[in-house]
Design a protein around this ligand. Structure first.
Ligand code: OSB
Ligand code: MG
Length: 388
């Protein structure tokens, strides 16, 4: 099977780029309430590159999901800003169809997080100018969104159990625990013993190799919803070997950057589930293509997160209105990450653990200017880089 347009969301053809009056890149740093550890790194704050694109009185915002470091993905906030300035902003031109803009961005290899930030800001801007919610611009219907929480690696099993207990109390629909070598089978066993019935999964962020098949097989008894990215961040082939040997469904995160990657993974049998992070695959449109393809192959998908501020989180929320997103994602309450956010409304769970779509046009979130100022490290005006 090759890439075809049948997976394309229908309406990008009728979207055109409006006249742009300003573009600004703003780097913020928001301290985490508690540090967040994955197998490869620990973050104690979220440093994010934000993009604001203005057309007259309207502003669209995008958040680049890259970190300042290359410990989750090779892209960084600095590499993204470079690509955005030198190669993406010059492609933005009034009257260009969005489809053409996306095709031209395809000539820039990789750099998906940089592309997504601009794609997101433009879609938010266009939706706001049309006075429609982002999901409606994408042809998707409003619905309540399932919640899920991703619990970082802890120092002790007791700390982990306390965090899981808190999540269960809050009615999160699904709990993900991070694992790594030395903090895996016994840690999962402890959580499963205390919470026999919750939807539980584990994310290894690539910490294992194909030689660990027998060890990873030990996880099969815990009825996990899935194991996420057990092998290398760039591997698809060995995951197909692993999936044949273990019962637990494998889910790919880091290895999937495009529809082509998703097709490779599904055709090889490398995973039974896909984590779609729109920021990791180049934006909402590519995310929807992957979702449509996965649905056609009976592969469930869910929306991952990158500990985004309220701007990026809002895109993940709108994305999950697509019917292919049948598994709860990594979409959690704002206050579990940050003491305060730079947008309102913040994300909260209702009594049954659901999240509602913010009201209003575009993503529906408003920037809190004073909070944004408080957490801004630096900003740069990119308007002069637009081609006349
Ligand atoms: O692997 O999904 C991941 C956060 C940073 C980098 C990688 C990952 C994560 C998460 C947190 O799991 C997701 C979230 O709550 O936004
Ligand atoms: Mg992951």
């Amino acid at each position: 099977m090759t890439r075809t347009d049948i997976y394309d969301p229908h309406l990008t053809g009728e979207i055109t780029i409006p006249s742009i009056s300003q573009i600004e890149a703003v780097t913020v740093s928001l301290p985490f309430v508690t540090p967040f550890s994955i197998s490869s790194y620990t973050w104690d704050c979220k440093e994010a590159l934000l993009i604001r694109i203005d057309s007259g009185e309207f502003s669209g915002w995008g958040e680049c999901v890259a970190d300042p470091d290359p410990f989750y993905s090779p892209e960084t906030t600095t590499s993204c800003l470079h690509i955005i300035k030198e190669f993406i902003v010059p492609l933005i031109r009034e009257g260009k169809s969005f489809t053409d803009f996306l095709r031209e961005m395809d000539h820039i290899r990789g750099n998906k997080m940089a592309k997504a930030a601009i794609e997101n800001a433009l879609l938010d801007l266009i939706a706001r100018m049309r006075e429609v919610p982002l999901h409606a611009l994408l042809g998707l219907e409003k619905k309540m969104i399932m919640s899920g929480i991703s619990i970082g690696i802890k120092d002790t099993v007791d700390e982990l159990l306390d965090s899981v207990a808190e999540a269960v109390e809050k009615r999160y629909h699904r709990v993900k625990m991070k694992i790594k070598r030395g903090k895996d089978v016994e840690w999962v066993a402890a959580v499963r013993e205390r919470f026999p019935f919750i939807q539980l999964m584990a994310d290894a962020n690539g910490d294992y190799s194909i030689n660990d098949i027998n060890h990873l097989k030990e996880l099969d008894v815990f009825n996990l919803l899935m194991i996420e990215q057990p092998l290398s961040y760039s591997d698809i082939y060995f995951h197909s070997k692993l999936q044949k040997e273990i019962d637990t469904p494998v889910c790919l995160d880091e290895s999937i950057h495009s529809l082509d990657d998703a097709i490779t993974a599904v055709e090889l049998g490398s995973c039974r589930i896909i984590n779609i992070k729109e920021g990791r695959v180049g934006g909402i449109i590519e995310a929807l293509r992957i979702a449509n393809y996965a649905q056609s192959r009976g592969i469930p998908v869910w929306s991952g997160g990158m500990d985004e501020t309220g701007i990026g989180r809002a895109f993940n929320i709108h994305l999950q209105t697509a019917p292919a997103f049948t598994i709860p994602g990594d979409t959690s309450e704002t206050l579990r990450y940050f003491k305060e956010d730079i947008v309102s409304p913040i994300v909260t769970l209702d009594d049954e653990g659901f999240i509602s779509i913010p009201e209003g046009s575009g993503t529906g979130v408003r920037i809190e200017t004073d909070k944004l100022k408080k957490y801004t490290l630096r900003s740069e005006n990119l308007t002069g880089l637009l081609k006349k």
